[in-house]
Structures are given as C-alpha cells and as structure tokens.
Design a binder for this molecule. Structure first.
Ligand code: 13P
Length: 284
C-alpha cells in the first residue's frame, strides 16, 4: 500500500483514540510475521529496529531488506529506528531510507537532550522523516541502554513543555512508569502525569515498555491519547520460545522451513493479539 513515516499515522490514531503497534523486529522472519499480522487485520504498522539490530545486520543491508517489504505490504508501514543514542547512526539511517528515527538523549541533562534532538530534527527536515524523542528515564534494558530501578526519573510536566517547544518533534515518549522487559511486580503508571503531558503536547505520545501491560492499562493509556505502543520483549519471547519449543519437541527433524513456519506463526499470533488490543484493526 504505502511506505510512510509516522506523522499522519499517529496523528490519526491520536484523534480517533487507538494506537499503532511498533514491533521490534530482528530479521526477515520477524519483519514478515508482523507485516502478515497487520495485513490480516488491516492495521497500520510500525516496523521498529533497535540500534543493535541495525549494527548487526548493517545499515544498508537492513534498509535494502525492509524498505521493499514495507512497499509491498497491503497496509501503511513505517520503518522506525528505536532508542538510538548515537547521532551519527541516526543520520546514517535517515540517509539509508528509514522513514522515522528516535534520538534517545534522555540520559543527558535537559539542555543537551534538546540540543541533540534538535540536531536530528534539523537533519530530518525536508527528508520526510519523522523524529521521536524521550524525556525521563524508562527502567529496564532496551538494547545497550540500562536504567536500574530507583534510577528512573519520570518526565516532569514543565520540562516536557520546554522540550517539546524547543525541539518540535513528531512523537514524544515521556517516562511515566512503564518499563522495558518483563515487569517484576505491578507497574506503577502515573496516569495523571500522562494526561497532563498529553494535553500540552503538540505531537502524539508514545508508550514504551509495552510487553506485559494489562489490557485495561493499554485501554486507559489509549483513551488518554497514547498513539504508539512499543512491543519488543514479547516478540523476542515468541521468536526464541517458538524455536525452543519446536526443536525440543522434534530434536531429530532438522527441517528449517518447518521450524521457520512454526516460529513465524508464533510471532504473528503475538503481534495480532497486540494489534487487537490497541484498537487499530481496520484503520489501515
Ligand atoms: P518491551 O520490551 O517492554 O516491550 O519495550 C519495548 C520498547 O519500549 C522498545 O522501545
């Protein structure tokens, strides 16, 4: 249908109160599985790549694989670089054809975060590329970024206002108490803070740490305006768990095509469950 950036996709989601799933893919199999899931449900999709995935596969190699897949899809697809702390890598991905990038300078003081985010936003200008930024620190491990418990800092409402006005970004991820990876206990999400930031934000908000949030939490955040929800760990579990399950049950089979089909079905199932929860079915 169309290879797009996140702008219209997320603005529409924000207005109509549903969210677009951003699934972290690691290779061809996972990318095609989430595209299949979104196509079957006629949903828009964000194919998300971590900086580690980009480094492992290669910028050009990954772009050459993903962009034609996005163009072939029957639904609108954006390709988004997740949590990148390295401005040079962000720029390389923009040059290679990513339609969207996240500069994560959230560990730096506000002024430095603003400076780096602005640099990326200016670089993306005129290239039809959307930019996501983050404020505060989201607990857990995402890629090479580790935020220990107790080290978290929720995004302050005042600082969010300053950051948004200074950077003019297209999507904003304020830390509100969600965490990357599996939740150890009940997540303590600051819905009031989310509401206040959403009201003052000129751009749609992003929820990180989607894996393991309860259905009612997703529903509440979406009703409050959350327009993009990131899912990574659940995809990794479906992929590795599916592989493990299949090979343990059939130790002597050695049939990669059947193994891939089994794993791909597991990833697709997880993506479909989330797309349904996010309310983006038939919104393509
Ligand atoms: P999870 O791994 O908790 O799903 O978080 C994904 C994420 O926020 C990626 O940026």
């Amino acid at each position: 249908m169309a290879y797009v950036n996140m702008k219209q996709m997320l603005e529409k989601a924000r207005k109509e109160r549903y969210a677009v799933g951003a699934f972290n893919i690691v290779n061809y199999l996972t990318a095609q599985a989430v595209i299949d899931a979104a196509e079957e449900l006629n949903s828009p999709l964000i194919l998300q790549t971590s900086a580690s995935t980009v480094k492992q596969i290669g910028v050009k190699e990954l772009a050459d694989m993903l962009i034609p897949m996005a163009k072939r899809a029957k639904i609108p697809v954006a390709i988004h670089l997740d949590h990148c702390t390295d401005i040079e890598l962000v720029k390389k991905c923009i040059d290679a054809g990513w339609s969207s990038v996240m500069i994560d300078a959230s560990k730096l003081p506000l002024e430095e975060n603003i400076k780096q985010t602005k640099e990326v936003k200016e670089y993306a200008e005129g290239k039809d590329v959307t930019v996501e930024g983050e404020l505060g620190a989201i607990v857990g491990v995402e890629d090479d970024i580790v935020v220990e418990e107790g080290e978290e800092a929720l995004a302050s409402v005042e600082k969010s206002k300053i950051y948004l006005e200074a950077t003019n970004i297209d999507a904003f991820a304020p830390a509100i108490g969600t965490a990357h990876g599996l939740y150890k206990g009940e997540p303590r999400i600051d819905f009031d803070r989310f509401t206040e930031i959403e009201k003052l934000s000129s751009c749609p908000l992003v929820i990180h740490g989607g894996t393991g949030l309860a259905a009612d939490v997703f529903k509440k955040l979406i009703a409050l305006g959350g327009a993009k929800i990131n899912i990574s760990t659940a995809i990794k579990i479906a992929y590795c768990g599916g592989m493990n399950e299949y090979t343990v049950q059939r130790p002597a089979e050695n049939n990669p095509l059947k193994l891939d089909k089994y794993v791909s079905d597991a990833v697709k199932r997880i993506a479909k469950e989330h797309i349904e929860l996010f309310g983006s079915v038939n919104r393509a």
